[in-house]
Design a protein around this ligand. Structure first.
Ligand SMILES: Cc1cc2nc3c(=O)[nH]c(=O)nc-3n(C[C@H](O)[C@H](O)[C@H](O)COP(=O)(O)O)c2cc1C
Ligand code: SF4
Length: 657
């Protein structure tokens, strides 16, 4: 039943290759490869699951083309010599076994590396500025000699040939996101005065020579696609859409079969993997502009923040692109396409653009990719749904993300599940999405879980669970997911009527706040509340205890792309940011804080919002011990953390009952 998505589910071609629908899974680094870049069982399990999900085309993540300087990240796939072919061949075969077409993206990192390994190659000598990421020194970029350029043209052509040998249906060349080939297009990075620098014609020369060499090596019938940037959003001398249009035309002349238009770089990462603070389909206009203005006949692929089938269908219906590509949404739910095909799009697990599993933990903590809302992503062969040994009566306390995930899996496994939630279903997600102009994605997750609860006949009890009611319920197992509580600030004046806790604000009292607001705290929620109020025209000041060591880098959390967007918008909306301040006393007219020298500073305000973080609410789980057969606390009631932990722990707990 695909009639609601006639465009999305229609057959289409890239070159001579027929794709069963117009859904492409975008190349997305996983970190599952071995140290030498080879395909691992984990790589195969991940892509097999993706292939079962029924997209028209799966593009394997960026794979490095030589062993000199092209590797970009830990656990990255490499296709730099013929020894790499057998591993890739198994990958192609397992994807084909599911009736899905596949490509490999080939790439050279240039200076865009997450590894501290020289050389950082680029068009010209210079420095790779990392100052947006943190208080980091710039990296030295070595300008490539003409000989090195020729070597790389050959490396790309050889890598493409290996892609073909391994049995893939097409090859994709990475000319986006600030990697080596894009940097030749950028006047910011490319200061050369030879035939590879200066005019646009010259700056396009290297990527076009790569495309021509690849085309020559793989032959006329093997489709070649290219991923480009419509713009990189660099504040000074960006790659412009006007130049991207000319580049697209040139690529078609050089023989490419489709052009995938993205935007941003791994530095301007918020414009590439857009967080929930930015609108959906943030970069679709770039694909649309190329499609409408470049006058090319080859298909154009749009990407970025396309999280729902309805939006994807709209893009195709309105002729803005010929295909849509899913990056993170295909991590959140690899079966995106299949669920549409089966007429149940409401079962798609929505990506909430939190960037927690896929970027925060990967960039920040050097881990492989995982996903907040899909606990099986990357654990395909480990987190396997356990067959039911004995049907049990299971109580779940708390209808937040962890509780609902636990209820979902316990019910799928065949248990008799009762979920206690005194409010409407959603729990902490309701507070987390209080301002849907700011946080646009969580309502989709709430809706998804509400639908699953209904479909799986989970009994909902809309009362507060107590030790007595649970003990009297005769349950065989109890999962406690009742969340966290605010950490109280104990200073004079805290009980005054114009003082609000963060959860009061996200719970609906935002309407009561005055025109001048001081937010106490520098974490993510504090910044979000400040931004939300500033966007409503209020005068907002943040006073944060953070910032004594690394200044503003310490506020807004440690999720790089999300923090980048948050900080940019705080500045745009003129939120005052004052660091390294400890709250001392709340007065009738504002707040007095002390700085690190112990000097007092007074901030006038009509309302004070206190965001001092959260601590686990262990009262119920502790009280239940010994009163029921099996008690398992999960999520924030164990330790206040993220949606990620709540959902993952919910899944694991429900699978073990
Ligand atoms: C963890 C991660 C890894 C990525 N790896 C690649 C990659 O290998 N090649 C590439 O062209 N883009 C890569 N991207 C960008 C995605 O393909 C995609 O363009 C971006 O996430 C925006 O699309 P989405 O909103 O559908 O995720 C990556 C993005 C993320 C979050
Ligand atoms: S971790 Fe968050 S942003 Fe990344 S794929 Fe999962 S839901 Fe989407």
């Amino acid at each position: 039943m695909t009639s609601n998505f006639p465009n999305l589910m229609s057959v289409c071609y890239i070159g001579n290759v027929e794709l069963k629908n117009r859904i492409i899974t975008a190349p997305l680094w996983t970190g599952f490869a071995d140290r030498d870049g080879s395909v691992t069982p984990r790589t195969i399990a991940f892509y097999t699951e993706k292939a079962r999900g029924g997209s028209g085309l799966i593009t394997i993540e960026y794979s490095y083309v030589d062993q000199v300087g092209s590797k970009s990240a830990h656990g990255q796939l490499g296709i730099y010599d013929d020894e790499c072919v057998p591993g890739f061949a198994i990958l192609a075969q397992t994807i084909h076994d599911q009736g899905v077409k596949c490509a490999v993206q080939i790439a050279h990192a240039g200076a865009m590396k997450f590894l501290p390994i020289a050389p950082w190659l680029g068009p010209s000598d210079g420095f790779h500025d990392l100052s947006l990421m943190g208080p980091l020194p710039p990296l030295p970029i070595t300008g490539m000699t003409r000989e090195q350029i020729f070597e790389q043209i050959n490396a790309f052509a050889s890598a493409a040939e290996r892609v073909k040998k391994a049995g893939f249906d097409m090859v994709d060349i990475h000319v986006a996101h600030g990697y080596l080939l894009t940097e030749f297009l950028s006047t910011h990075a490319n200061k050369r005065d030879d035939e590879y620098g200066g005019s646009l014609e010259n700056r396009m020369r290297f990527p076009i020579e790569v495309v021509s060499a690849v085309r020559q090596r793989v032959g006329a019938d093997f489709p070649v696609t290219v991923r480009i940037n419509g713009t990189d959003y660099a504040p000074d001398s960006p790659i412009t859409i006007d130049e991207a249009i000319i580049f697209a035309k040139k690529l078609e002349e050089a023989g490419v079969d489709a052009i995938h238009v993205s935007g941003g770089t791994d530095i301007y990462l918020d414009k590439l993997a857009t967080p929930t603070y930015l609108k959906h389909g943030f970069n679709v206009y770039l694909a649309e502009t190329v499609k409408k203005k470049a006058g090319v006949k080859v298909p154009i692929i749009a990407t970025g923040g396309i999280t729902t089938p309805a939006f994807a269908e709209e893009i195709l219906r309105d002729g803005r692109a010929d295909f849509i590509a899913l990056g993170r949404p295909a991590l959140a739910d690899p079966s995106w396409a299949r669920k549409i095909e089966e007429g149940r799009p409401e079962d798609i697990i929505p990506c909430i653009r939190c960037n927690d599993g896929c970027l925060r933990r990967t960039i920040g903590f050097s881990r492989a990719t995982s996903c907040a809302v899909n606990p099986r992503m990357g654990f395909e062969t480990i987190r396997v749904i356990a067959p039911l040994k004995e049907k049990k009566r299971v109580a779940i306390i708390g209808g937040g993300p962890g509780g609902m995930e636990a209820a979902r899996l316990a019910a799928i496994r065949g248990h008799d599940v009762t979920l206690y939630e005194k409010r409407r279903l959603g729990g902490a997600l309701i507070e987390a999405s209080w301002d849907t102009d700011l946080k646009r994605d969580i309502p989709n997750l709430i809706e998804y879980y509400q639908t699953q609860m209904k479909k799986l006949d989970v009994k909902i009890v809309r009362k507060e669970a107590t030790v007595n009611s649970i003990a009297a319920g005769g349950f065989d197992a109890v999962i406690v997911a009742n969340g966290a509580i605010s950490i109280k600030l104990d200073i004079p004046g805290i009980d005054k009527l114009h003082v609000y806790e963060a959860l009061d604000v996200t719970g609906g009292k935002d309407k009561d706040l005055g025109n001048t607001i001081v937010v106490v705290g520098g974490g993510v929620l504090a910044c979000e509340i400040a931004l939300s109020q500033a966007k409503k025209g209020k005068k907002v000041t943040i006073t944060a205890p953070e910032g004594c060591y690394a200044g503003e880098y310490e506020i807004g959390g440690d999720n790089y792309p999300n923090r980048l967007a948050l900080m940019e918008q705080l500045k745009e909306n003129k939120v005052g940011i004052n660091l390294c301040l400890l709250p001392k006393e709340i007065t009738d007219h504002g707040i007095i804080s002390t700085d690190k020298e112990g000097k007092e500073r007074e901030f006038k305000a009509d309302s004070i919002v206190v965001c001092r973080g959260f601590e686990p609410d262990k009262r119920l789980s502790n009280a239940l011990k010994g009163k029921v057969k099996q008690v398992r606390p999960i999520g924030d009631c164990v330790q206040a953390r993220f949606i990620y932990e709540a959902i993952h722990e919910g899944w694991v707990a429900a699978n073990e009952i």
